[in-house]
Design a protein around this ligand. Structure first.
Ligand code: HEM
Length: 403
């Protein structure tokens, strides 16, 4: 039997008794794994790590009306992994198989339980706010003949989002059939989760791209991007705003991922107040120019003593003002090896009920007129439909795949 052809159950038969017993005790069978794990509610239970230090083992409920990782306050780390689905699995049945396995593993990982066939259970014990969010691409949905059951934007974007002015997209960060957004406050737990999930479906999917992101440690303050600005001020906050703009009629959401590269040397040639003009907000406080506090309303009519607008109409906020509550932005910083050019940027992630009315028209406007374009380039683009959340024991997309 080749390594590739070992099934999850076959893998069990092959592991030593101690390992197998440990895994079986904590997980049961494949289908049970997707079905039987009780979901702990959000809560903290201080534990002691091996050095005797108290660590906070915080868990975010996995099951719920909507998937975790969308409304959830951004954790410190994000790892996005996109996969292509093998030809023979591009059907509702194939997708069902993958979703069953991934849901079981993701539910276990989020709750600090050992996933099926995981021999490194220590790495799963402290999830530290781990969330795992899945998305399906329009092309996969279409190939699996599921478009009729799902929101109309999916068929309109069968070949991905439209191309925008200035895009310099590379396949290295674009498209993919499935995505897993894995976020958490502990990088080891995030990395382990990615490994478990990738291994769990290796017979059905192959990784296409991955992107690692980070933000500053949660302090309750809006995190800053690597250009120095608070990023994530104007977002939906209330249940009404989420119902109105983020969740579709099935309880799902459309996820847009754009990888943006910053031109740091050019950006750093600007003085601080010029940088503020580019965004239309204060670096220090995050307040809209003309205001004093971060959450002051953006007033595009405010003028200075010379009668000039306080917020340049072509600044980033000049062009996006009022759109903040129409999408849930959840951006992460990225950086790579340090080079003279500075390899940093943003993984822009946003969730909305319909990208045809939220992301796409806004990005068109930005691509054509945003002052910021001089210092940023979009190099990756992907769009996915994220199914609704799971009831206890259910699996991702079950209603759609079995209905
Ligand atoms: C290119 C990299 C980008 C950077 C560095 C960036 C940064 C920022 C910053 C600093 C703010 C102000 C603070 C806030 O409300 O969060 C902001 C606001 C906003 N951005 Fe971006 N952004 C980028 C790309 C995008 C893209 C691609 C879109 C969507 C097409 C977008 C949509 C928005 C929206 C809707 C707001 C809130 C506007 C409001 O209602 O006040 N941004 N962005």
């Amino acid at each position: 039997m080749t390594r590739r052809s070992i099934s999850r159950r076959g893998f069990f038969a092959g592991v030593g008794l101690t390992g197998a017993t440990a895994v079986i005790t904590s997980c049961g069978s494949d289908s049970e794994a997707a079905g039987s794990m009780a979901s702990d509610k959000n809560g903290t239970s201080p534990q002691a790590d091996s050095a005797g230090l108290a660590t906070e083992d915080t868990k975010i409920a996995f099951d719920g009306e909507h998937q975790a990782g969308i409304q959830t306050a951004p954790q410190t780390h994000a790892l996005l992994v996109a996969y292509n689905v093998r030809k023979e699995q591009r059907s509702a049945k194939g997708l069902q198989r993958i979703m069953r396995i991934w849901t079981g593993d993701a539910r276990n990982l989020a709750q600090g339980h050992t996933p099926l066939a995981d021999l490194e259970s220590e790495l799963a014990m402290a999830p530290r706010n781990l969330t795992i969010t899945v998305g399906w691409s329009p092309r996969l949905i279409s190939d699996a003949k599921l478009s009729d059951k799902l929101p109309g934007w999916i068929e309109n974007n069968r070949d991905g989002l439209p191309k925008f002015k200035g895009d310099q997209l590379t396949e290295d960060f674009s498209d993919g059939d499935l995505v897993l957004q894995i976020c958490g406050d502990d990088l080891t737990a995030v990395s382990h989760a990615a490994r478990v999930l990738t291994r769990g479906c290796r017979d059905f999917v192959t990784p296409k791209w991955s992107q690692r992101g980070f933000i500053d440690s949660p302090t309750g303050e809006t995190p800053r991007n690597l250009l120095g600005f608070k990023d994530g001020t104007a977002i939906p906050r209330s249940k009404e705003e989420y119902d109105d703009a983020v969740w579709d009629e099935l309880g799902g959401s459309a996820m847009v991922v754009r990888r943006v590269v910053y031109d740091m040397p050019e950006w750093e040639a600007l003085d601080r107040s010029s940088r503020e003009v580019v965004f239309g907000r204060s670096i220090e406080t995050g307040a809209p120019l003309g205001g004093t506090e971060e959450f002051d309303e953006v007033d595009l009519n405010a003028v200075n003593e010379q009668g000039l607008p306080m917020i340049d109409p072509h600044s980033h906020v000049g062009l996006t003002a009022g759109e903040g509550t129409h999408m849930r932005r959840r951006a992460y910083n990225w950086d790579g090896e340090v080079t003279a050019l500075g390899s940093t940027g943003l993984i822009f992630i946003c969730f909305q009920d319909d990208p045809d009315t939220a992301f796409t028209p806004l990005q068109k406007r930005l691509a054509e007129g945003d002052r910021l374009n001089q210092w940023v380039t979009h190099v990756g683009s992907a769009v996915f439909w994220c199914p609704a959340g799971t009831p206890e024991g259910g699996y991702w997309g079950q209603d759609v795949l079995e209905g």
